[in-house]
Design a protein around this ligand. Structure first.
Ligand code: ATP
Length: 366
């Protein structure tokens, strides 16, 4: 599905500002917030992802931008124009938005070329043909122009949907889990292709996904949602290495949390003492240290303090569980070329430069 902008912009390239801004936008269903006071600004040409677990409000946010839902509070702007607020409403077809849904929603009775041309209705014939050819070329579909959707693979259908949504030169492309129906191999290839196509086209893109790897590999920036609100916004590296909360840390990759104590700018833990490097010093306080498996290494050592209790082969790497005598376990990830056997004693090394600390949550007596 896609929405057209005005005719002049559909038929010819449009110059000018195009960005998306949510200002304190909220949407409630039956009194429950699906999106809560969300403020996000997305730059022109940016590839932005909304990431979060099921039910956190990703699709509702996309629908607010598209004009398929009205915000109960706050405002949505596209290209500096307020398109939705308490007293403003611009209908979806006037917002200059293209959408690619999970199921692609192609017209089954139309060929590939007709599907792509659909968004150019009202344009002159001599404008339509070159634009369709341009899109077919961009999406590597030139040889398939006369085929019907049922004669295409899943990946080809996804590219037709992308070409169709780009045809009217939308200001913004919204992608709602567009890779989830594809098998792992194809998904990876299509992600790369999609990013290339959208970047070449200069599109401002907002992707909704619950897959952190997908969000990280595609996006300039990622917004992590939790219960309809923004938990964190930043580059993939910032979100992965500097999560603002345990929720984000846990959601965007494997993390172990161990107890520590901060005293005079040093955090003491079972894995040693580390300087906070100018980070927050909360006086003497109980904290939790987040340690990612890629910051943990080990050497085989019969006198080591931990034992390898699990090893999960992941292809290029192996994820190890390392258990200490007191029952605590942390994880390490290492290249798979020379796997270490389960049962081996190891000496654990932690890369202190990547440790993130969180205030220890209060335990409420049960
Ligand atoms: P998923 O990844 O499962 O698609 P999501 O992050 O996209 O989830 P939303 O679909 O935006 O989440 O839903 C957010 C919340 O709003 C959920 O609790 C959902 O049940 C609720 N919700 C969404 N649409 C409606 C609706 N039309 N009527 C009532 N509740 C709704």
């Amino acid at each position: 599905m896609f929405f057209m902008t005005n005719k002049a912009a559909v038929c010819q390239a449009e110059n000018g500002p195009a960005y998306v801004q949510l200002d304190n936008a909220s949407k409630y269903f039956n009194g429950n917030p699906a999106v809560l006071r969300l403020t996000i600004g997305i730059d022109k040409g940016e590839f932005f992802s909304l990431l979060g677990p099921s039910g956190c409000g990703k699709t509702t946010t996309l629908r607010l931008i598209a004009g398929l839902e009205r915000p109960d509070e706050g405002a949505v702007s596209i290209g500096k124009e307020v398109v939705a607020s308490v007293d403003t409403w611009v209908s979806p077809e006037k917002r200059g938005i293209g959408i690619v849904f999970q199921d692609y929603a192609l017209f089954p009775h139309m060929t590939v070329a007709q599907n792509v041309a659909f968004g150019l209705k009202g344009c002159r014939r001599e404008q339509i043909r070159p634009r369709v050819n341009e899109l077919l070329e961009l999406t590597s579909l030139m040889g398939l122009a006369g085929r019907y959707p049922h004669e295409l693979s899943g990946g080809q259908r996804q590219r037709v949907a992308l070409a169709r949504s780009l045809a009217p030169r939308p200001r913004v492309i919204l992608l709602d889990e567009p890779f989830s129906n594809l098998d792992a191999d194809l998904r990876e290839e299509l992600r790369r292709e999609t990013k290339r196509i959208l970047k070449e086209h200069g599109a401002t893109t907002i992707l909704v996904t619950h897959d952190q790897e997908e969000a990280f590999s595609l996006s300039d920036r990622v917004g992590v949602l939790q219960g309809g609100a923004l938990a964190q916004l930043g580059s993939p590296a910032e979100i992965y290495h500097r999560p603002h909360s345990k929720f984000v840390a846990d959601f965007v990759g494997k993390a172990d949390f161990i107890d520590g104590k901060v005293e005079g700018g040093i955090v003491h833990s079972a894995f040693g003492s580390f300087s906070l490097n100018g980070g927050p010093d909360w006086g003497m306080s109980r904290v939790e240290l987040m340690i990612r498996p890629d910051d943990v290494d080990f050497v085989l050592d019969a006198a080591g303090q931990a034992t390898i209790t699990e090893a999960h082969f992941l292809g290029a790497s192996v994820l190890y569980q390392l258990r200490f005598a007191d029952g605590r376990a942390i994880h390490a990830i290492r290249p798979s070329a020379e796997p270490a056997p389960v049962g081996s004693k190891v000496r654990v090394k932690v890369d202190a430069s990547h440790i993130v600390i969180f205030p220890k949550e209060l335990q409420v007596p049960g």
